[in-house]
Design a protein around this ligand. Structure first.
Ligand SMILES: Cc1cc2nc3c(=O)[nH]c(=O)nc-3n(C[C@H](O)[C@H](O)[C@H](O)COP(=O)(O)OP(=O)(O)OC[C@H]3O[C@@H](n4cnc5c(N)ncnc54)[C@H](O)[C@@H]3O)c2cc1C
Length: 575
């Protein structure tokens, strides 16, 4: 058995910022980070457009209050306003702290950090490192973890949480290199396992974004909050789905339909291309449905619209958004200086997650906390994004709440003891789970079941939803779950058995998919990213509350949790 004071699952921005907070405050603590990838390959590294903070470097009229208002309005009033206040008040401080660590932000001519426009933000407040912001921040954080001697278990896959009598005691993890299984015991356990974009067939997310932390929490009997709120990013490059950052529109690009019109004038006349993502994604969806999409040969009625940068000029494109130019060039052979890019909405972000309070402590129910368990980042729901996240608020959430959660853990450790854990019980259980996967006499291929599941999720729980679509989705999901017990693994070995990992990930994806569908079916209103054609209005009387979904093999139970409203009364949301 391995012992640490603190074990953190996930080496992205949230996990590494929390680890750094702990060792910076008390270097004597034994802190470890586990990641199924190398931490540098966490999805955070792919973040492009930037991190929001009211620094006022470009726009002196900005303030944390204005940032808070934009965030709450963007969330369609579902965000918890105490959590938003913390996010926006602490933003400037965490960004300056990152700068002091050495993060290479892009600059204004006078040397201060540059800030650009972003969707749903009324002021230019997004700080950036060209369009490689996640790369710049994550590399600096990981360098710091190494400097402080944080133990890193890279390419270990966490299989389960050890939760006994309401107390988190540790983890069971599997070494992808050689098949070794280990139990880790700790005084505090933190989840920072990121999102679940791979539940759907077209996503901007990494292959590793499979929602493992969410399914591990759900299998341990913990609730998941607001899982129906899945963000579609308006500009996924067609057909691959990889992200073309909102920074491209922040720097002035247009969205145009087959008639050559800037169609956002119909949907959000005051914000145009910089409306929030839910509104812009639906606008593209409606243009495509109305036959104003574009085909590859340029004719009308096709599956994408154009993102047009041509008026911006080579110099601006190459200095502000070089990576987006490079992506379109590398993947489609398009030179965005002279040609428009084909785009359509792609699954991008998970607003819901493991419910936590503003100190990062995980909720076991609407009115209880789990002893010793913490979460932050995309896998957590604090909830600062409510029903729709604004771009550049997620990196900020990871850093603000990663830091806060690290601080909470550091304070708690002196009064905690290493728990007693029956190591052999957990090792035997994990061995049996893996062996039964290897021995299964089935005939389905993992890829075949996963693809059919992802296609169904996209078809039955996409940008536009209704009850009969989602009921069909749930019925099909039962079929995929039955097929799961008949998948066949070719590789029976212990070394680099990526099929085992794919099988475990597929289980996570299907649990998360079921939680999304059930939560979405029960929410009979339209709010933020959750757009019900059979309930087109927002319904504050019945649904101004957070969903809590509990998983069990028999089915999913749904209950609700109040929204914290402190500063801004809900209003109709117009842009
Ligand atoms: C292409 C792209 C661009 C983006 N651009 C921006 C942007 O410009 N601004 C912004 O604010 N947001 C952006 N986002 C969103 C933002 O990047 C993410 O929400 C954020 O980085 C998530 O960080 P995280 O630390 O929560 O998780 P991640 O960075 O996803 O890290 C998850 C970690 O958990 C580990 N893990 C997961 N499961 C297991 C397991 N079973 N066992 C062991 N380890 C596990 C992984 O190995 C990884 O280390 C973007 C997202 C994408 C996909």
């Amino acid at each position: 058995m391995i012992d640490h004071d603190v074990i953190i699952v996930g080496g992205g921005l949230a996990g590494s910022r929390a680890a750094l907070e702990i060792v910076r405050t008390d270097p004597t603590l034994s802190v470890a980070v586990v990641a199924k990838t190398h931490p540098i390959r966490s999805h955070s590294v792919a973040a492009q457009g930037g991190i929001a903070a009211a620094l006022k470097n470009v726009d002196p009229a900005d303030s944390w209050e204005a940032h808070a208002f934009d965030t709450v309005k963007g969330s369609d009033y579902l965000a918890d306003q105490d959590a938003v206040e913390i996010l926006t008040r602490e933003a400037a401080d965490v960004v300056i702290d990152l700068e002091h660590m050495g993060v290479l932000f892009s600059r204004l001519p006078d040397g201060r950090i540059a800030q650009r426009a972003f969707g749903g933000h009324a002021h230019n407040r997004t700080c950036y490192a060209a369009d490689k912001t996640g790369h710049a921040i994550l590399h600096e954080l990981i360098c710091n973890l190494m400097r402080y001697g944080v133990k890193i278990y890279d390419e270990w896959y966490v299989m389960r949480l050890i939760l006994e009598e309401g107390q988190a005691k540790g983890l069971v993890m599997y070494h992808i290199l050689d098949g070794q299984i280990q139990v880790v015991r700790a005084k505090a356990v933190m989840f920072a396992t990121g999102g679940y974009g791979r539940v759907f067939n077209t996503t901007s997310n990494d292959y590793a974004s499979t929602g493992d932390g969410l399914s591990i929490a759900a299998l341990a009997g913990l609730p998941l909050e607001d899982m129906e709120f899945v963000q579609f990013h308006p500009t996924g490059l067609y057909p691959v789905g990889v992200l073309i950052s909102e920074a491209v529109r922040g720097e002035g690009a247009y969205l145009i339909n087959s008639a050559g019109d800037r169609f956002m004038a119909t949907y959000a006349p005051s914000r145009m291309e910089l409306a929030p993502r839910d509104i812009t994604s639906r606008a593209i969806g409606r243009e495509l449905r109305a036959g104003r999409g574009i085909h590859s040969d340029g004719t009308a009625g096709g599956p994408f619209v154009y993102l047009d940068l041509r008026h911006m000029g080579r110099e601006k494109i190459m200095s502000r958004i070089p990576f987006c130019w490079e992506e379109a060039h590398r993947l489609l052979g398009i030179d965005a200086v002279t040609q428009p890019m084909p785009v359509r909405p792609t699954i991008h972000y998970s607003m819901g997650g493991i419910p936590v309070n503003t100190a990062g402590q995980v909720r076991g129910s609407s009115d209880s906390l789990v002893d010793g368990l913490y979460a932050a980042g995309e896998t957590a729901c604090v909830s600062v994004h409510g029903a729709n996240r604004l771009g550049s608020n997620s990196l900020l959430e990871c850093v603000v709440y990663g830091r806060r959660t690290g601080a909470t853990i550091t304070q708690a450790i002196p009064t905690r003891k290493l728990p007693n854990v029956d190591e052999s019980h957990y090792i035997t259980e994990a061995q049996q789970q893996l062996q039964s996967l290897l021995d299964q006499p089935g005939h389905y291929r993992i890829n075949q079941v996963r693809q059919a599941f992802q296609d169904a999720m996209t078809e039955f729980c996409g940008v536009f939803r209704n009850a009969s679509l989602m009921e069909t989705g749930l019925a099909q999901l039962q079929g995929f779950q039955a097929q799961y017990s008949q998948i066949y693994l070719d590789d029976k070995g212990k070394h680099w058995n990526t099929e085992i990992i794919e099988a475990l990930e597929l289980r996570s994806l299907m649990i998360v998919g079921q939680m999304i569908l059930e939560s979405a079916l029960q929410r009979q209103e339209s709010r933020g990213a959750h757009c019900r054609e059979d309930y087109p209005q927002r319904d504050d009387t019945n649904f101004l509350q957070h969903t809590l979904a509990y998983y069990s093999a028999a089915g999913i139970d749904i209950s609700y949790h109040p929204v914290t409203i402190t500063m801004f009364e809900p209003q109709e949301r117009k842009y």
